[in-house]
Design a protein around this ligand. Structure first.
Ligand code: NAD
Ligand code: UDP
Ligand code: UDP
Length: 336
């Protein structure tokens, strides 16, 4: 009887769907700043098993130490430029240095991480039928000629500059994501993350918020890179994690901007840090680095409409939350 075909057998590798077991989630770069906060949130759900793969280039075991030994948690020292064989349902692919001084330190490794690393995670997603989310970046817009930036803007990026290993690397990673989606049917999600800050940022990673807060706590001058009128928009890390999880769980591939539209010049940021953390510090103007984008602010209409997401924490509320963590790591007690 031709019509009595057995029902299709789901891929045995899609464990959670077939066996009704826990959701198994891989977080690459999970020992890093955003990754470790994401892991904390994922671990709150008792149905989630979390596997972190990280090579500790810019991340640290300290960020996820509290989960080591937990029965639903696993940590693998692994470089995503190498093949990874695991069976998972979802992949949050964050592995990549995010701070300019780190990604410029070994640009060839940075572009390999973006291109080969993303290719490997897509090969993995294809093999096991997992959904994969890429943390892309506002840097794909380069030094933008459109302001604020919306997802349809194709960007103004220098292909041969010192930032290209990162921004062109992420652009290729987005291309790979869409090609695996169209050609192999891989379920993809792309977040374009704008500047994010919060506890566990590397203290000396050279990013502006971590620099200013560490300088203010140490009583050193805040180093504003000239001209100081360049702008950024800063998102607190808990808002970011919420946006990433909504994107993963929703039906839209993206790319979707996730960031806080509150826009500040670097001089305004310095003045806020000075006022909130140490009114005695000076602000000094120092030389800038090449290709520094002059302005950056997300249009988050898509995130609002498609994910029901918008950031909740204002810069002036987020900076003090970060200060406590920096004080304890720098060993400088609060003056209060
Ligand atoms: P981070 O440097 O703290 O974390 C990155 C993690 O990836 C680290 O734990 C690092 O050790 C790991 N890693 C780097 N290369 C690796 C490799 N080859 N194999 C395995 N692990 C590797 O940075 P973050 O701020 O947490 O950023 C996380 C992601 O978000 C990155 O993909 C970054 O590009 C993206 N993003 C961040 C921001 C931001 O403002 N923080 C902005 C835009 C995009
Ligand atoms: N890959 C991986 N884990 C897997 C499956 C694939 O790391 O579980 C890597 C694999 O090493 C390959 C890449 O993903 O280099 C792309 O895999 P794909 O199957 O798409 O391409 P192919 O292996 O045919 O080049
Ligand atoms: N910046 C600054 N002082 C610093 C570090 C950075 O004024 O000590 C400026 C930098 O010139 C840039 C902005 O802050 O305009 C954001 O730099 P960051 O490295 O944090 O992030 P990205 O350039 O990747 O947005």
């Amino acid at each position: 009887n031709q019509s009595a075909k057995p029902p299709p057998i789901p891929s045995p590798l899609r464990f959670s769907k077939f066996f009704q077991t826990n959701m198994r989630i891989l977080v690459t770069g999970g020992a890093g700043f955003i990754g470790s906060h994401l892991v904390d949130k994922l671990m709150e759900n008792e149905k989630n098993e979390v596997i972190v793969a990280d090579n500790y280039f810019t991340g640290s075991k300290d960020n996820i130490r509290k989960w080591i030994g937990h029965p639903r948690f696993e940590l693998i020292r692994h470089d995503v430029t190498e093949t990874l064989l695991v069976e998972v349902d979802q992949i949050y692919h964050l592995a990549c240095p995010a701070s300019p001084i780190f990604y410029k330190y070994n640009p060839v490794k940075t572009i390999k991480t973006n291109v080969i690393g993303t290719l490997n995670m897509l090969g993995l997603a294809k093999r096991v039928g997992a959904r994969i989310l890429l943390t892309s970046t506002s840097e794909v817009y380069g030094d933008p000629l459109v302001h604020p930036q919306e997802e349809s803007y194709c960007g103004n990026v220098n292909p041969i500059g010192v930032r290209s290993c990162y921004d062109e690397g992420k652009r290729v990673a987005e291309t790979l994501m869409f090609d695996y989606h169209r050609q192999h049917g891989v379920e993809i999600r792309i977040a374009r993350i704008f500047n994010t800050y919060g506890p566990r940022m590397n203290i000396d990673d050279g990013r502006v918020v971590s620099n200013f807060i560490a300088q203010a706590i140490r009583g050193e001058a805040l180093t504003v890179q000239s001209p100081g009128t360049q702008t950024r928009s800063f998102c607190y890390v808990s808002d970011m994690v919420d946006g990433l999880m909504r994107l993963m769980e929703g039906d839209n591939t993206g790319p979707i901007n996730i960031g806080n539209p509150g826009e500040f010049t670097m001089l305004e940021l310095a003045e806020n840090v000075k006022e909130l953390i140490n009114p005695d510090v000076k602000i000094s103007m120092v030389e800038n680095t090449p290709d520094d984008p002059r302005q950056r602010k997300p249009n988050i209409t898509k995130a609002k409409e498609l994910l029901g997401w918008e950031p909740k924490i204002k810069l002036r509320d987020g900076l003090p939350l970060m200060e406590e963590d920096f004080r304890s790591r720098l060993g400088v007690p609060s003056k209060k």
